[in-house]
Design a binder for this molecule. Sequence first.
Ligand SMILES: [Mn+2]
Length: 354
Amino acid sequence: MQMTLRWYGSKHDTVTLEQIRQIPGVKAVITTLYDTVPGEAWKLEDIRALKKEVEAAGLTIAGIESVNIHDAIKIGTPDRDKYIDNYITTLERLGQEDIHMVCYNFMPVFDWTRTELARKRPDGSTVLAYTQEAVDALVPEKMFESIAGDTNGTVMPGWEPERMAKVKELFEAYKDVDDEKLFENLKYFLERIMPTCDKYNINMAIHPDDPAWSVFGLPRIIINKKNILRMMEMVDNPHNGVTFCSGSYGTNLENDLPDMIRSLKGRIHFAHVRNLKFNSPTDFEEAAHLSSDGSFDMYEIMKALYEIGFDGPIRPDHGRMIWGEKAMPGYGLYDRALGAAYLNGLWEAIDKSK
Ligand SMILES: [Mn+2]
């Protein structure tokens, strides 16, 4: 595996490349062109400039998170081909610049859902949290407002105010899209991009839906082992792979995470590893990465990744906000650096015990 950290670019991130460079074992970042909108083709010069900036700091780009998918592709409207063509152009340019892993998701309307961005834990740290009760009490249009006060002045990916202003329209556009239709549209998209992925050796890594069940009645398909294996089989190409995100698949306690990892051997192209602490099956908060701080056995998760020969980029995922840091919720420096060190330690121990 290759330990990485997610970086939002010098314009948006409170964490610098110089800081990332000093985390033991981190030699690469996962990043994106943050000022692009879904559906547009990325400019080659923008990709080059991003790469140059990262490399000047002594790091490399291990992959892109994310190249977002335009709603037309997810909904399957007649103009989707135009947006898929643009997506293909972006992939070609990334390939030409020697970038070979692209994370994306296929979630309608909301990228991810939390009901609190700064829940206080007993140690005084704050974390993102979710309760089904709070979601059930909200209308979707109020979702953004309800959490907007806790963003520390940052704009969170997937929750851009421009996008949230259109939530009602988006719901209307998705009204005829059910799980089957979403699978169909995903298949169509993947079949069209696979020749480009083959040509440039680009690993596509779909991120699971978060939480791993339907919210506000929207379809959700990348949620469990059965569905993800269906997706692998429906476009059976090694470049059609997944981002294994323990914190997202783990939202559903019925998902056996080490077992899922083993069943995806050869198809995990990127890993997000973090821990959750459950207070009830539908009330969870993000925890420190350490197994004993949450509900998951992180050793078993890392061991499963080790045993399937996982050699792609991995990153600690959301961290707690600690030591007075002010940053994008989940994306401060300190707790993610602790997470990277801990995951590196687990990996070294597993490696040396084999
Ligand atoms: Mn994730």
